[in-house]
Each structure stands twice: as structure tokens, then as C-alpha cells.
Design a binder for this molecule. Structure first.
Ligand code: NAD
Ligand code: UFG
Length: 336
């Protein structure tokens, strides 16, 4: 059985679908701080399969222990964590406590139950602001905000655990920019409040929940002056986790993979493709750069392709079409 922490969240729910479709038994642990149980009902609807859900916080050691005592867990996919960069700057202790503290509790319980195989959600943010694109896994790392530091610290903690006990097998997955939704339109990204990220912002402008997209800067040294990122369809990303799981079934130690497409798209590429697929324009205006943003980065995805057999196949049009289907069918997300 696979324990999915943060399984009610955006990437977690899509990964639950792929795990269930591939025949895995799963159970989900989530405190629902940034998600709702309805996402898991939808996962059950899509797959026609049932699984246990524990509303548990990773800061609650006894709660995690109960999940392990009641289930025969062999693997953990660890998504649970807070992820808003700006909030992490304002509330660093909350981020260190939740992300690092929560992970330490999880790892302590895993050690107790002799479960030593874990896939961890890291981020391209660990490459810092000095590395040239494309980002390759061997580059030095340096985080530039508290959120990024939690990711880097957890990567180090996991490497130290392996150094102390070679029985562990650990995959550190560095995601680029996940977007899109399941093709059923039943699950997708449902941020609380005003979205921080580009794609949910565009999609809420498209359905009239927000008036106008602010494009943060048009004077970057990029092809059209707007920021460039490596957007990966969330279902491709989810499939990457199954490949990583296959990998750590063998004795591999600590492995690190970028999960991206290797293709950079600008903010204007995203807006224009979304408008084209939607069939009407998206209202936008240029505003100042957002502090902390980098001009351009994208993955070198070749290691994951070589060693995991993972290659993202969904196109930018797929990402837009699936986001539109999700957002049109769920104008206010899971809250109806
Ligand atoms: P999400 O917020 O939708 O999902 C995270 C889930 O973790 C939520 O359901 C939340 O309720 C849960 N959670 C948070 N703290 C918890 C705690 N203490 N105990 C139990 N549950 C807790 O985010 P997501 O986009 O699905 O991201 C999943 C993971 O991937 C996160 O670790 C995130 O940092 C990482 N990541 C995301 C992105 C991105 O752009 N979405 C990029 C790189 C890495
Ligand atoms: N952007 C806008 N307007 C918006 C939102 C974003 O113009 O309203 C632009 C940004 O300036 C950037 C691009 O769209 O050029 C993408 O921005 P996102 O906020 O969607 O994503 P980021 O690349 O800034 O951040 C993502 C994750 C972080 C993670 C980081 C590095 O959200 O958690 O990638 O991996 F740390």
C-alpha cells in the first residue's frame, strides 16, 4: 500500500488517480489546510475505487502513528506541505514548522514501522537564482526564500537519513510548473483566495471570477519580455511519480530527478494559447515585475527520461483545454 500525504491537494489528487488506475492500494493523509475532501470523492468517482482517508496533521505524531498502525504501508509519496512563496516570507516559522517539522514526524514514524521508501515533492526553486537554464540535477543548489529553504532542507535531511542507514530508498522529484487538470474535468487546481500562480489566475479571469490578469513585467531579457517557465501537465507529473515509485522498489539509495518538459513558454505564450483554445480573449495588462521572480528557467528533463523512462507527452494546448474544462465545470472550485 502507498500512503499519499497531501493526497487531497492539487498534485496529490491527480497522483491518487494514476496510482489507483495502475492497481495500487492507497491511503491518504491530509489536514485539509489547503484542500477539501470533495477532491477525494472525485478521485473515487473517476477511478471507481475506494480508499481510506485520514484527516491528520503531520505535526500530530500520534495521528501519523495511527495511520501506520492500521495499514500495511510499503511506500510513502510525500506531497503535504505549504507552498506559497510570499506567505513563506511573511511567516517563515510557520513554513519551517509545517514543512520541515511535519516531515521529521513522518520520517520518525516511517523509521518506527520500518517503511524506508519515499518519494518527495521538491521543486525547481532549489536551483536558486544563479544557475543557468536548462537546470540539470548536478547544479549546485541555493534557495532564495523560506519556502525554497524548506525544500532544500528536506532534501538534505533525506540524504542524511540515507547516509546513516542505507536501507532507505529515496526519490527527490524537482517539479517545474505544474498546470492543467484531469481530462474528466472532475479534479483540478482550486487555490484559496486570489491565486498566486499564473494558470489559475488566467482561468479565473476566463470565467469572470477575476477581471484582468496582471502580467508581472514585460522587460525581461526573454523572447517577448515576459517571464519564461517550464509548464508540465499535472497528469504527466503524476505519472512521473509512478515511475519514481517503480525506481525505488529497487535498491537505489537517493535519486534526484527533474520533472519538466524541457520547453520554456512565456507568460504571453500561455495567455495566447489559452485564448485560442477558449475561443475568446483574456483581459490582461502589464504591471511591474514581481519581486523574487526569475526571467527564465526550464528543465533538462533527460535524466528522468533516461533512468525512469519518463517523458511528458501532453502539450500546451492539452494543458489549456483541460484547465478550461475543469474551470468551466467548477467555476468556484470544489466549493460549488
Ligand atoms: P496543495 O496545497 O494543493 O497540496 C498540498 C496538500 O498538503 C494540501 O492538501 C494540504 O492540505 C496538505 N497539507 C499541508 N500541510 C499539511 C500538514 N501539516 N499535514 C497534513 N497535510 C498538510 O499543493 P500542490 O500544488 O499539490 O503541491 C504538492 C507538493 O508539491 C507540495 O509539497 C509543494 O510544495 C510541491 N510543489 C508544488 C509546486 C506547484 O507549483 N504546485 C511546484 C513545486 C513543488
Ligand atoms: N505571473 C504573472 N501574473 C500572475 C502570476 C504569475 O505574470 O498573476 C508570471 C510570473 O511572473 C512568472 C510566471 O507567470 O513569470 C509563472 O509564475 P507562477 O507564479 O505561476 O510560478 P513561479 O514560476 O513563480 O513559481 C512556481 C511555484 C513555486 C516554485 C517555483 C519554482 O509556484 O512554488 O515555481 O519552482 F517555488
Amino acid at each position: 500500500m502507498v500512503l499519499v500525504t497531501g493526497g487531497a491537494g492539487y498534485i496529490g489528487s491527480h497522483t491518487c488517480v494514476e496510482l489507483l488506475n495502475a492497481g495500487y492500494d492507497i491511503c491518504v493523509l491530509d489536514n485539509l489546510s489547503n484542500s477539501c475532501e470533495e477532491a477525494l470523492n472525485r478521485v473515487k468517482k473517476i477511478t471507481g475505487k475506494d480508499f481510506k482517508f485520514y484527516k491528520v496533521d503531520l505535526l500530530d505524531y500520534e495521528g501519523i502513528d495511527k495511520v501506520f498502525s492500521e495499514n500495511k504501508i510499503e511506500f510513502v509519496i510525500h506531497f503535504a506541505g505549504l507552498k506559497a512563496v510570499g506567505e513563506s516570507v511573511a511567516k517563515p516559522l510557520m513554513y519551517f514548522e509545517n514543512n520541515v517539522g511535519g516531515t521529521i514526524n513522518l520520517l520518525k514514524v516511517m523509521t518506527k514501522y520500518n517503511v524506508k521508501k519515499i518519494v518527495f515533492s521538491s521543486s525547481a526553486t532549489v536551483y536558486g537564482d544563479k544557475s543557468p537554464a536548462p537546470y540539470v540535477e548536478t547544479l549546485p543548489c541555493a534557495a532564495i526564500n523560506p519556502y525554497g529553504r524548506t525544500k532544500l532542507m528536506i532534501e538534505k535531511i533525506l540524504q542524511d537519513i540515507y547516509a546513516s542507514d542505507n536501507d532507505w530508498d529515496i526519490a527527490l522529484l524537482r517539479y517545474f510548473n505544474p498546470v492543467g487538470a484531469h481530462s474528466s474535468g472532475l479534479i483540478g487546481e482550486d487555490p484559496n483566495g486570489i491565486p498566486n500562480n499564473l494558470m489559475p489566475y488566467i482561468s479565473q479571469v476566463a470565467v469572470g471570477r477575476l477581471e484582468c490578469l496582471n502580467i508581472f513585467g514585460n522587460d525581461y531579457d526573454t523572447k517577448d519580455g515576459t517571464g519564461v517557465r517550464d509548464y508540465i501537465h499535472v497528469v504527466d507529473l503524476a505519472i512521473g511519480h509512478l515511475k519514481a515509485l517503480d525506481k525505488i522498489k529497487n535498491k537505489v539509495g537517493v535519486v534526484i530527478y527533474n520533472l519538466g518538459t524541457g520547453q520554456g513558454y512565456s507568460v504571453l505564450d500561455m495567455v495566447n494559447t489559452y485564448s485560442k483554445v477558449l475561443g475568446r480573449p483574456i483581459n490582461y495588462k502589464f504591471v511591474d515585475r514581481r519581486p523574487g521572480d526569475l526571467a527564465e528557467y526550464y528543465a533538462d528533463p533527460s535524466k528522468a527520461e533516461r533512468e525512469l523512462g519518463f517523458k511528458a507527452t501532453r502539450t500546451l494546448e492539452d494543458m489549456c483545454r483541460d484547465t478550461i474544462r475543469w474551470q468551466e465545470g467548477n467555476k468556484n472550485g470544489y466549493r460549488g
